[in-house]
Every structure is written in structure tokens, then in C-alpha cells.
Ligand binder design. Structure first.
Ligand code: QAP
Ligand code: CO
Length: 168
């Protein structure tokens, strides 16, 4: 297994639209394992392939307290089943050190495939719903900072750009 490099805002590749996964092979299995290892090592609860600069439609997450419930969603499709919004303090491994309150639809249904291509469907609310919506946004080139005012977003961008300069 391997720890992958996570790209950070405002890296332009975070804006790429990911392509559907078509090959459910050993290479995909290795990518899934590496994404889990990378997410756990970074103390994250969710990671989209986009964040490791791979522009395929898959994401991994584990919102359990004990970090013992890895879940993978390949080619996820989301349906909103309760459009009432709920607020959550969101962060992102690609926007390290910043947390902001974001509103999203409360309850969703997700259809996806597992790592061997079998279809499944779940309903989610609470943090699982937030996390799935946040990670699917990544696959569409979208970040949680896009829901903030441009003033806030640009402040975050400028601070991260300073960090990137001083550490390179
Ligand atoms: C998305 O985010 C999420 O700034 C996943 O210094 C976040 O795993 C969904 C992290 C909140 C629902 C609620 C962020 C780790 C991890 C940081 C993450 C940091 C270290 C973020
Ligand atoms: Co994120």
C-alpha cells in the first residue's frame, strides 16, 4: 500500500470533472486501498480520487467513531430525498486548517458500485449524508469553499498560497 499526495486548494486540478470508472480490476482495488490508507493517515473521514489527482469517479469514507467502517462508492449517483437543509461544520483535506458551516440537503439516496462493480443503494442523513455530498462535489470539481462568500474564499486561498510558498 502507499500514501498518496493530496493536492490542496487552489490547485487547478481540483476543478477537473472526474470520468466514470469502467474497469473493476486489480489496479482499481489498489487505488481504493491506497486512498483508504491516505485518508486514515491524514485523519480524514472522506477522500475523493480528485484529491489525489486521479480524475475517476470514486470516493472513500469512514464516518464511524472507531474508524472501523470503510465505505467505497464508485460511480455514485445522488438523489435528494429531503431538500430541507441542515448545517454542518465542514473541513477538507485539500483545504487544511479551515472549517466553515455549510448548508446542504438533509437526506439523500445514493446509488453506486463497490470495488468489484456490484451495484448497491443506501439512504443517508447526518454526517454520512454531508460527507457523501462533499465528496461527490469533488468529483464535479467543486469545493466546500465555493459555498462561501468570495471574500472568505479568497482569504482562505491567500493563506494557503502563503503556506505553499513557505514550505517549498
Ligand atoms: C469532508 O473532510 C467532511 O483541515 C471530509 O487539518 C468534513 O476528512 C465531511 C481534515 C466534515 C463532513 C464533515 C481537515 C483533517 C479532514 C483539516 C475531512 C485538517 C485535518 C477533513
Ligand atoms: Co474535501
Amino acid at each position: 500500500m502507499a500514501i498518496l499526495e493530496i493536492i490542496e486548494f487552489p490547485h487547478p486540478n481540483l476543478r477537473k470533472i472526474a470520468e466514470p470508472v469502467t474497469a473493476f480490476d486489480a489496479k482499481l482495488g489498489r487505488l481504493v486501498d491506497d486512498m483508504f490508507e491516505t485518508m486514515y493517515e491524514a485523519n480524514g473521514i472522506g477522500l475523493a480520487a480528485t484529491q489525489v489527482d486521479i480524475h475517476k469517479r470514486l470516493l472513500v469514507l469512514d464516518t464511524s467513531e472507531e474508524k472501523d467502517n470503510p465505505q467505497v462508492f464508485v460511480n455514485p449517483i445522488i438523489e435528494i430525498i429531503e431538500s430541507d437543509l441542515s448545517e454542518y461544520d465542514e473541513g477538507c483535506l485539500s483545504v487544511p486548517g479551515f472549517y466553515e458551516t455549510i448548508s446542504r440537503p438533509k437526506k439523500i439516496k445514493v446509488e453506486a458500485q463497490n470495488r468489484v462493480g456490484e451495484k448497491f443503494s443506501i439512504e443517508a442523513e447526518g454526517i454520512l449524508s454531508v460527507c457523501i455530498q462533499h465528496e461527490i462535489d469533488h468529483l464535479d470539481g467543486k469545493l466546500f469553499v465555493d459555498y462561501l462568500s468570495s471574500l472568505k474564499r479568497n482569504r482562505i486561498r491567500d493563506k494557503l498560497q502563503k503556506d505553499h510558498k513557505s514550505s517549498s
